[in-house]
Ligand binder design. Structure first.
Ligand code: ATP
Ligand code: MG
Length: 455
């Protein structure tokens, strides 16, 4: 049992070390706090079999290997991790050689995916303390220089994401007081916030995402520079912004995340128009309903369609652009198509929505006016359309936000489940403004001379 005296001696030696480090501008401590199982409480069984096996195998070959990042954080919070990442001192090529079912991925950031049946474990090699290569804005563009575990810990984004779990000793290694921040419910960047955002502006989005997901607050020094540095996101490749936004939107905490983005001033220029949308009451209502619905599905373990969600996020932009085009003299349908392309083009500049999704988004949008046509054969054709279900769900959402008619949504709800006879009875008379179906002109049959036909 330490006496009061030895404790104060310990404290002063700690202060002296801290002072020396400050004077010589040394980095943070390179020795982690080793947290025993009795304190962290993570049971080995909570770790996925594949990631445990990955660590064990690397261990047997003489390497150091730990579970890192979000999995450790989530386990400590009693949440169920989405996936398990492993960090090791083995080089990517070595990891790849050790695991028969694995592949090397990435060029700027090399990683190895190790496959065990259904599960894939992402294995990264400890990064060096210094960044390999940056662009003219200070953004990291290449990062394949390796270092020690302590170096690696400095390169991680937030203290709560820099905890290393060692399955062999069942201890957690904490270099940056991550455990303390976890208890304080604080998202705190490692090192100097400005420098870390300059290296990788996406970290600003991540701060907002983790705060929303975990119900944490962003530490003041981590939060403060975000507002003035938000514009740096413009230099990030659109595909990376997309990737991070997709994580955010499909996290099950999209609506709180988007509110957080907005309060940090990060929504501007990301999803366009997200700021324009928030200025239109109907638009905001619609977006929030879409996000809440998505969250409920994710948390309920149901599949969600990113295309549907992006279609919803951009809908009011499409509506506005379409109205403008009508004003310039286009007919409603061509105006809608013109607007869809214009909105997607602007959007893809900032955030590269994959083409497989933009195709579906356009289909959902294009079916909206067709849902208004309730006469003749049209409703029957529409219901057989591959995209009917999504288009109908979209209409329901529009109706819920007050932008489309509730009666129309209810009509389709009924029509879908009605019998053939009931459907016929439900049809409306052709509406005055309704576009008429173009009748294909029959080619006139050559009239035969009377003698020939009688012959
Ligand atoms: P989740 O998977 O729950 O969304 P996560 O923390 O696991 O959260 P990932 O994107 O899977 O997030 O990243 C895994 C880990 O890699 C992080 O916990 C963090 O330590 C590190 N990391 C990821 N992205 C960055 C980044 N941009 N800068 C620094 N470190 C990062
Ligand atoms: Mg993860």
């Amino acid at each position: 049992v330490p006496t009061g005296g030895s404790r104060s001696a310990e404290l002063s030696s700690h202060l002296i070390k801290k002072f020396i480090r400050r004077v010589f501008r040394l980095g943070p401590a390179s020795a982690p706090r080793i947290v025993p199982k009795s304190e962290h409480g993570i049971s080995r069984e909570a770790i996925s079999a594949a990631s445990r096996k990955t660590c064990e195998t690397l261990h047997e070959r003489g390497y150091v290997a730990h579970i890192v990042g979000g999995a450790v954080r989530d386990l400590l919070l009693g949440l169920r991790p989405k996936d398990f990442d492993v960090a090791t001192d083995a080089y990517p090529e070595e990891v790849h050689r050790i695991f028969r079912r694995s592949r090397l991925i990435g060029r700027r950031f090399k990683l190895v995916h190790v496959m065990f049946g259904e599960e894939t474990v992402e294995v990264s090699t400890f990064r060096a303390r210094t960044v390999a290569e940056t662009d003219e804005h200070g953004r990291v563009v290449r990062d394949n220089i390796y270092g020690t575990r302590a170096d690696d810990s400095i390169r991680r984004d937030f203290t709560v994401n820099a905890l290393y779990y060692d399955p062999a000793s069942e201890t957690v290694l904490d270099y940056h007081n991550g455990l303390r921040d976890l208890r304080k419910k604080s998202v705190r960047v490692i090192g100097d916030a400005r420098a870390r955002y300059r290296e990788d502006p996406v970290r600003m989005l991540r701060a907002a995402r983790f705060a929303a997901k975990l119900g944490f607050t962003i530490d003041e020094r981590t939060r403060k520079p975000i507002h003035e540095m938000a514009h740096l996101l413009e230099n990030v490749p659109p595909s990376r912004v997309y990737e991070e936004m997709q994580k955010l939107l499909l996290s099950g905490h999209a609506s709180t995340s988007v509110r957080q983005l907005r309060s940090e001033g990060l929504h501007h220029g990301l999803l366009p128009l997200l700021d324009v949308i928030f200025e239109q009451p109907l638009g905001e209502r619609f977006v929030m309903l879409a996000l809440e619905q998505t969250d409920a599905r994710v948390l309920g373990g149901k599949p969600v369609s990113p295309a549907f969600l992006f279609a919803a996020l951009l809908w009011h932009e499409v509506l506005a652009a379409s109205k403008k085009a009508v004003h310039k003299g286009l007919k409603p349908i061509p105006a809608l198509f013109h607007a869809m392309d214009a909105v997607l083009e602007i959007q893809t500049d900032k955030l590269a929505i994959p083409r497989r999704f933009t195709t579906i988004m356009k289909e959902i949008w294009a079916l909206q006016p067709r849902l208004e046509q309730r006469s003749g054969r049209r409703p029957f054709a529409l219901i057989a359309n591959e995209r009917f279900r999504a288009a109908f769900d979209f209409l329901v959402l529009r109706a819920a936000s007050g932008e489309a008619s509730t009666e129309l949504a209810q009509w389709w709800e009924k029509f879908q489940h009605a019998s053939e006879g009931e459907r016929q009875a439900m049809l409306l008379a052709p509406q005055p403004g309704e576009p008429r179906r173009k009748r294909r002109r029959r080619r006139k049959k050559p009239t035969l001379p009377p003698e020939a036909s009688s012959a």
